[in-house]
Design a protein around this ligand. Structure first.
Ligand SMILES: Nc1ncnc2c1ncn2[C@@H]1O[C@H](COP(=O)(O)OP(=O)(O)OP(=O)(O)O)[C@@H](O)[C@H]1O
Ligand SMILES: [Mg+2]
Length: 245
């Protein structure tokens, strides 16, 4: 699991869109895209992308939403196979108690914000993607709900050996601890790319205060796009990046 972090406007969504092949044709990109070292194109079913504000139909229940997505995307499955797949996703994403609750919208009272996020992720998991891109899956959630959403994702990543790349804003320390790697961006450039637990050590050796809570580090320390950091900033200056595999 890779966390992509950095201040607003630093290019997190742009990077995610580029990796997921969502950039429009008239946008020029450079560099090579490889998965596990092999050049590849992320064809349908291989990768899935959950946008920050995923659209869900308010008048459907959680189960109906998943069945609808399964019918559209996996039309070759039989009804019992679809039911089994949907039941498993509902269980995996911790939605059993709300399976028959309406999703809801501004007019209909429905499932909670955290449940919406988990449902949006479940909808994209229908095709069993090997790589899952998540743009801010926890923004707007409290730390307990954020932890629940990402623990479900973490379980899938480890049990089913999927790669997860998630843009994440100010994660509480227990959410940050769920990630293996961190990519920290500032004004479109890499500040850190390596093991997530080692990031704090590195910042400490670079003279930055070790902060027990990641949510207090990111915006102030790495601000680049909205408040350009002075050249002498210890974060904006190149850091001795750790060896990565
Ligand atoms: N179509 C576009 N034309 C010009 N500039 C753009 C376009 N799309 C994005 N940008 C700019 O690129 C920069 C990076 O945007 P991006 O959406 O990747 O930021 P972000 O890190 O995801 O921010 P946030 O945390 O607010 O979502 C921003 O300065 C944005 O204004
Ligand atoms: Mg964004």
């Amino acid at each position: 699991m890779l966390a992509v972090m950095g201040p607003s406007g630093c290019g997190k969504t742009t990077l995610l869109d580029t990796l997921a092949g969502r950039m429009r044709g008239n946008i020029k990109t450079s560099g090579a895209l490889a998965v596990n070292g092999h050049g590849t194109s992320l064809a349908f079913g291989k990768a899935a992308y959950v946008a920050q504000e995923a659209q869900l139909a308010g008048a459907l229940t959680v189960r109906e939403t998943l069945l609808f997505a399964a019918r559209i995307r996996l039309a070759n499955l039989t009804k019992p196979e679809m039911d089994e797949l949907v039941d498993r996703l509902i269980e995996d994403m911790g939605l059993t108690l709300t399976a028959n609750t309406l999703v809801g919208d501004w007019a209909i009272r429905g499932i909670s914000g955290g449940q919406r996020r988990r449902l949006s992720i479940a909808v994209e998991l229908i095709t069993s993607p090997q790589i899952l891109f998540l743009d801010e899956p926890t923004s707007g959630l409290d730390s307990a709900a954020a932890f629940h959403v990402l623990s479900c994702v973490r379980r899938l990543a480890t049990d089913e050996r999927r790669t997860v790349v998630a843009v994440i804003h100010q994660p509480p320390s227990e959410v940050y601890a769920l990630f293996d790697k961190l990519l920290l961006l500032s004004a479109g450039r890499t500040v850190y790319f390596g093991d997530a637990p080692k990031a704090m050590e590195l910042f400490k050796t670079a003279g930055l205060k070790k902060d027990p809570n990641m949510s207090e580090v990111s915006p102030e320390r790495t601000s680049g796009a909205r408040n350009p950091a002075p050249p002498a900033s210890p974060v904006a200056a190149p850091l001795p990046l750790p060896q990565t595999d």
